[in-house]
Design a protein around this ligand. Structure first.
Ligand code: RB5
Length: 152
């Protein structure tokens, strides 16, 4: 199981803490796509890079971090095939795997402690996807170009 990590400067320290946990405590293979230090960088570049790694199969899962987790999760979710969830509780970490089969998580380095992010990551990794009716809904997430919604 390979997991891709990426962050901007606002999420750099949190990414490093997550990397240490995943490698040292969970013995996982990590693909670290940067950033490599606290200098200012642009979060969309890193959100896209991590999203592409997951969507292409270069990594099985991904985690992205920025100051709030918002910009980098929006960026990752622009990549087709990515389901990146910004979570703030044990329940959200569990349900985003059970019901949404999220293949990426996002965290905010200025909003979330390393302790919480590590716990939520472990919950997400250790929870199975429920499948069934949730699989049908997950398969509906990517809109068809020609889709006409009955709600429009
Ligand atoms: C960078 O200052 C900050 O805007 C970024 O880390 C993130 O919070 C954006 O959503």
């Amino acid at each position: 199981m390979k997991i891709a990590l990426a962050s901007d400067h606002g999420g750099f320290e949190l990414k490093e803490a997550l990397k240490k946990h995943l490698v040292e405590d969970r013995n996982m293979e990590v693909l670290d796509l940067g950033t490599d230090g606290p200098g200012s960088v642009d979060y969309p570049v890193f959100g896209h890079a991590c999203g592409r790694a997951v969507a292409s199969g270069r990594a099985d899962l991904g985690i992205v971090c920025c100051g709030t987790g918002i910009g980098i999760s929006i960026s990752a979710n622009k990549i087709k095939g990515v389901r990146c969830a910004l979570v703030f509780s044990d329940f959200m970490a569990e349900m985003t795997k059970r019901h949404n089969n999220a293949n990426m998580l996002a965290f905010g380095g200025r909003t979330t402690s390393a302790e919480d992010a590590i716990r939520w990551t472990d919950i997400w990794l250790d929870t199975p996807f429920d499948g069934g009716r949730h699989e049908r809904r997950v398969n509906m997430i990517e809109p068809e170009d020609e889709e006409i919604s009955s709600l429009e």
